[in-house]
Design a protein around this ligand. Structure first.
Ligand code: 2HA
Ligand code: ZN
Length: 272
């Protein structure tokens, strides 16, 4: 069996293709990283080589030392992932200091992991700590409707959480902690990485104004599902606004917490 037959690579590529099919990944938009399980690393190891140099990331996370991550390549198109995974994604190993990576598989025609890798890395570090190692996936996409809302809603955690919770009944159940919002910033830099990782201490979802969405999941299904749910709710709200008709009713604000509770969740009521 080749490495491309492993379920971890198939799962990674499937998420990329699903995101592309949804229209969230124009050109090289978006990026995905996955912290591999020990048994997945063992399965893929026969295909690794260790000739590539270590690359310092400019950020450091000791709790990720020695981990292996799968990552989309910088400048690569989600549209192409399914055609040739080995040219568009890579597996990187993190060094013992937790401040550098080296490519051990993939990107066969050259290149490096996503330009947002330092950002993903810091967020993995925060989430690994917070979830006791359960968190594995960080996914960034450019979904149309959530981006559209960043032009018309106040850029606050509370404004976005409330609108998204109220636009679709599932939302208080799926993301009871709400969503964080980062004002417009230059992508790929340390500033957006730090700001996002601060918010990720509280949330699993961060909106990047006029840019897109950043989510965390324990597995591919939950990360994709979170992106999909938030974007679906944003789409409903945008469509409702675009009818031009007055809103006659919505989900009552004082019932949002009970929806979450009915399914064992606790709504962040401070955001209401
Ligand atoms: O990978 O989406 O934010 C391209 C981007 C940068
Ligand atoms: Zn982006």
């Amino acid at each position: 069996m080749g490495i491309l037959e492993s379920s971890v690579i198939k799962g990674f590529v499937r998420l990329c293709d699903d995101g592309w099919q949804q229209g969230w990944h124009e050109r090289n938009g978006g990026n995905l990283t996955y912290r591999m399980k020990k048994e997945e690393v063992e399965e893929c190891k026969p295909y690794f080589n260790y000739d590539k140099p270590w690359v310092n990331m400019g950020v450091k996370a000791e709790n990720l030392a020695g981990e292996f991550f799968m990552a989309t390549g910088t400048g690569k198109y989600f549209r192409n992932m399914i055609l040739d995974p080995e040219a568009n994604i890579c597996i990187v190993e993190i060094n013992e200091a937790g401040d550098s990576y080296r490519i051990v598989w993939g990107l066969k025609n050259g290149g490096g992991p996503t330009s947002e890798f330092p950002s993903h890395f810091l967020n993995h570090s925060v989430k690994v700590k917070e979830t006791d190692g359960a968190a594995r996936v960080i996914y960034h996409a450019h979904p149309t409707n959530i981006i559209a809302l960043t032009f018309v809603l106040p850029l606050t955690d509370s404004a976005f959480s409330k609108v998204l919770w109220q636009s679709m009944t599932e939302c208080p159940v799926v993301f009871p902690k709400g969503v964080g919002v980062v004002e417009w910033m230059i992508p790929g830099g340390a500033e957006i990485a730090l700001k996002t990782s601060e918010l990720m201490k509280k949330y699993d979802i961060v909106v990047w104004a006029h840019h897109g969405l950043f989510v965390m999941g324990n597995d591919f299904d939950s990360a994709f599902g979170l992106m999909h749910t938030v974007e679906k709710s944003a789409e409903i709200y945008v469509r409702m606004l675009s009818t031009g008709l007055p809103m006659l009713q919505t989900i009552p604000e004082d019932k949002l917490a009970s929806v979450a509770e009915a399914y064992g969740g606790k709504l962040a009521e401070n955001l209401l």
